[in-house]
Write a protein that binds this ligand. Structure first.
Ligand code: ZN
Length: 275
């Protein structure tokens, strides 16, 4: 997949569209599909220019925002199985590369809809093809897509892992701990601070695992393992409604493998089982 950011006045013949409405993504449940060929859509002229976000095997992928109530479905699409859904709802049905593309589409559709006008002088922004960014004639800084770095970590203590749940999670689902990196802080410092703030425990032996783009709304998750050293779990802020130790053989529902949280947990357990 080649990542691009280009505005096209007309869409290319070989193309697919990823469509959002009110931050929800158009998804065909019967086909497990969220990218649609132009012939399957009811595309109106006022939607252009089209933002192309990726090139896969000579096929351009465009992201589009439509208004509520606008009929985007073509004649041959099934309105029973095709609806706008929260991207989180379909996370577990997507493989890694499908999730990456959907994640990029979600982040860039928010970027394009929030940068129509200059935040300094209020005039309309124009798109700079060379920079791939929105600019204003008042010379305010170009508006590139904004991504927020976050840490996400699995706290472990041999066969025990520390997981927490937010009140927004499905029943009995627990996940790894995560938080935004503060200005002036490095990732390891953020990890130690976030774990202490959220659950009151101290950790060491921080080991990098992997990273993942996370589109809720636009984070880059830096994934780490860390070893528990001291402290009794106490919820210190309002982010979590519960946190506890789980034995790796008696886990609650954990996030799907498409998420770095699910990967951290499964990877740690695989490593323990080989011991
Ligand atoms: Zn301006």
């Amino acid at each position: 997949m080649k990542l691009i950011r280009e505005l096209h006045e007309s869409f290319k013949e070989d193309s697919k569209f990823i469509i959002f409405c009110d931050s929800k993504i158009l998804y065909d449940q019967s086909e497990n599909n969220y990218s649609f060929a132009p012939k399957d859509l009811n595309l109106k002229n006022h939607i252009k220019p089209y933002l192309s976000i990726a090139l896969i095997d000579d096929c351009y992928f465009y992201v589009l925002n439509v208004n509520k109530g606008e009929n985007i479905l073509g004649l041959f699409m099934n309105p029973e199985s095709t609806n706008f859904v929260d991207l989180r709802q379909i996370l577990s049905f997507l493989d890694q590369s499908s999730f990456l593309l959907a994640s990029r589409a979600s982040i860039l559709q928010k970027w394009i809809t929030s940068n129509g006008f200059c935040s300094i002088c209020g005039k309309s922004n124009v798109y700079n093809d060379i920079e791939g960014a929105f600019e204003c004639e008042c010379n305010s800084s170009p508006k590139y897509p904004t991504i927020s770095p976050c840490i996400i970590t699995l706290v472990h203590d041999e066969d025990q892992i520390l997981l927490g749940r937010s009140k927004f999670f499905p029943a009995n689902m627990y996940s790894t701990l995560a938080g935004f990196i503060e200005a002036g802080e490095n990732a390891e410092e953020a990890l130690i601070r976030e774990v202490k703030e959220e659950v009151n425990v101290e950790v060491s032996d921080i080991k990098y695992y992997s990273s993942q783009s996370w589109p809720f709304p636009a984070q880059l998750m830096l994934g780490y393992f860390c070893r528990y050293t001291t402290g009794k779990i106490a919820l210190n802020d309002n982010e979590l409604e519960d946190a506890r130790w789980f034995n790796i053989n008696e886990l609650p529902i954990i996030p799907p493998d498409a998420s770095i949280s699910g990967q951290l947990i499964r990877s740690y357990i695989e490593g323990r089982l080989k011991l």
